[in-house]
Design a protein around this ligand. Structure first.
Ligand SMILES: [Zn+2]
Length: 234
């Protein structure tokens, strides 16, 4: 049951804010048919190896076929469409905000968000690890070996064992420092360094979390519920 007083307060905070940063995760895209990473029936559920093992640079280079089969079967949903949450966030960001998303599914782009950082990269920024040439999704869907040079093709997402792109990190820190309102949604907020971004917020910035479960941080206005129901009211 969503408390309507909380919704009204959040609406007021959004209206009054000078600059808003949204921090989002998988829960925002599940309504578009993209499976969550860690929850039950998420993509790791029932898989014999840990996500840290499968989605690692080690696996990409040493077991490219296994890596390729996993990402193609479980992570690519090229026909998925943005839902109301992506669209609402895009609308607010294009007016006075930034989005920092952990999602790699391209849906915020499709929603028209012009102020966004894909913290962990994008599945659709595909390139060859040998010649560095960009490769289309259509070509990658046919196989992981680059036709031009025989190199291994990969998605431009941060794998376990790899560092966050420094430009993404600095853009994210800037957004946090410039915002007087932070809205977290669809993320359990336990994956580092993403969860650490909260440390860069302004001292007086308000923080809201719209999530199915409580997130482990203090001083947060928390709405426990389905983000789709909440964003539909904003
Ligand atoms: Zn190549």
């Amino acid at each position: 049951m969503i408390d309507s007083k909380q919704i009204t307060q959040l609406q007021t905070d959004i209206k009054d804010a000078n600059h808003i940063t949204f921090l989002t995760g998988a829960g925002v895209s599940t309504h578009s048919g993209i499976p969550d990473y860690r929850s039950k029936n998420g993509i790791y559920d029932g898989v014999s190896e840990s996500p840290e093992t499968i989605l690692s640079d080690e696996t990409l280079y040493h077991r490219p076929e296994f890596f390729y089969d996993f990402v193609m079967k479980n992570m690519y949903f090229p026909d998925a469409q943005p839902n109301l949450i992506h669209k609402k966030i895009a609308q607010i960001c294009n007016q006075k905000g930034d989005l920092i998303t952990q999602n790699v599914d391209n849906l915020d782009h499709k929603a028209g968000n012009q102020h966004m950082t894909e913290f962990h990269g994008s599945l659709y920024n595909i390139y060859c690890t040998k010649c560095q040439k960009a490769v289309s999704y259509e070509e990658y869907a046919q196989g992981y070996e680059h036709k031009d040079c025989g190199g291994i093709i990969r998605p431009g997402i941060v794998l376990y064992g790899e560092a966050i792109n420094p430009d993404n990190l600095s853009r994210s820190v800037n957004a946090m420092e410039n915002s007087d309102l932070i809205i977290i949604s669809g993320t359990s907020f336990v994956v580092y360094p993403f969860a650490q971004l909260l440390a860069y917020k302004q001292a007086g910035a308000k923080v809201w979390a719209i999530n199915k479960t409580e997130i482990p941080a203090s001083g947060i206005n928390s709405i426990i519920g389905d983000a789709l129901d909440v964003f539909a009211k904003l």
